[in-house]
Ligand binder design. Structure first.
Ligand code: DQA
Length: 147
């Protein structure tokens, strides 16, 4: 059976395409889902994309990934900079974790340069827009094929 990768997205990313397009662009989360599914199937992987505005729901999905998924790609959005709970949840997951940000968080406000999630992530992509998800999925293919 092919390996499953879950792509988790945090708060306000449901508004991708409408929300501050000068920073995040005009592509929507549906566009992200299409890209992820297409790269995943090219690599012989299965993927599903989820988004929540609620920290606890993201944590539940990370717990679910422990038994259902080989890898996690996560854009924790603002929870990146605040959530020790998400970090702790990610520490319970044994497979690879890749962190994605649409914008270059290092070129923005100082508080965005700090990521709790990066303390667990095996790699971080920032500033590549939605292409960052495709790059992360491609790298995930390499990581899970060697596990
Ligand atoms: C973001 C960057 C975060 O700082 C911000 O809170 C977001 C989106 C990004 O994808 O660039 O909501 O994670």
């Amino acid at each position: 059976m092919s390996k499953h990768i879950v792509v988790l997205n945090g708060p306000n990313l449901n508004l991708l395409g409408q929300r501050e397009p000068q920073i995040y662009g005009y592509d929507t989360l549906d566009d992200v889902a299409v890209i992820c599914t297409s790269v995943a199937s090219e690599l012989g992987l299965q993927s599903s994309l989820k988004q929540s505005n609620h920290e606890g729901e993201l944590i539940d999905w990370i717990h679910e990934a422990r038994t259902h998924s080989a890898g996690i790609i996560i854009n924790p959005a603002a929870f990146t900079h605040t959530s020790i709970a998400l970090l702790d949840a990610l520490h319970t997951f044994e497979g690879p974790v890749l962190e994605v940000h649409l914008s270059n968080v290092h070129k923005r406000e100082e508080f965005r340069a700090r990521s709790f999630v990066s303390l667990r992530a095996d790699g971080v992509i920032a500033g590549f827009g939605i292409n960052g998800y495709a790059l992360a999925m491609r790298h995930m293919g390499t990581l899970v094929s060697s596990s």
